[in-house]
Design a protein around this ligand. Sequence first.
Ligand code: GDP
Ligand code: MG
Length: 239
Amino acid sequence: MRSLIVIPTYNEIENIQSLVGAALAQTPDAVDILVVDDNSPDGTGKLADQLAEQNRRVHVLHRAKKMGLGTAYVNGFRWGLEKNYDALIEMDADFSHNPKYLPQMLSLLTEYDVVIGSRYVQGGGTVNWGMGRKILSRGGSLYSRMILNAPVRDFTGGFNGWRKNVIEAVDLDSLRSDGYSFQIELKYRAFLRKFRIKEFPIIFEDRKVGKSKMNRRIVIEALGRVWSFRFRSSRATSS
Ligand SMILES: Nc1nc2c(ncn2[C@@H]2O[C@H](COP(=O)(O)OP(=O)(O)O)[C@@H](O)[C@H]2O)c(=O)[nH]1
Ligand SMILES: [Mg+2]
């Protein structure tokens, strides 16, 4: 299976080289990497270009300015669909998503349509997170699961693999643009369309270097939107 790992970056100069190196090392030749950089002021995009010159498995998509995580994935996924990859994998640049899980992700993608690196199944978890962030994240997933009535345990996580036909089926352009609601809505749409979803446990480690771009406001907004996902879907099925 030809797969593409999509890695969005904004100011990840301290992480990108070692992360790309580790992801290449963990995966066979049929797996490529696409860095989607939003013109990072720290030069992440330039460094990624150098990595792409050194290894033909590495590609870079440059965007003019910071436009949010959701649209970075949409642009990356479109790039991957055009190039006809069989599967698309989302992964952060900050080592929170340990590249050591990539072989398992890839092997599960031969059996399932959607594979979720999950903090909230047996064996999964988070380390180095404060209580506030833990509650927000776990609560956000539980809340989404209850409102959407969908059996996904880690709704908000961003370490996921999707077979090409899932991404083609979900109407990418109508997804919301920020990272949190993007993850929830994409998983929910895959569930509604009855794709085979598999969660496997990951330990999520908080970033060691660089800064998080996530904040409480983004999360709270996303949780408000969960209702609109549900109502949109009930309109679609009842009409
Ligand atoms: N291209 C792009 N990448 C982003 C943007 N915001 C965050 N990222 C990247 O998305 C990933 C997750 O962001 P991060 O700040 O670590 O969020 P957190 O893990 O939820 O704290 C990292 O690789 C970031 O560099 C954005 O607006 N555009
Ligand atoms: Mg992070």
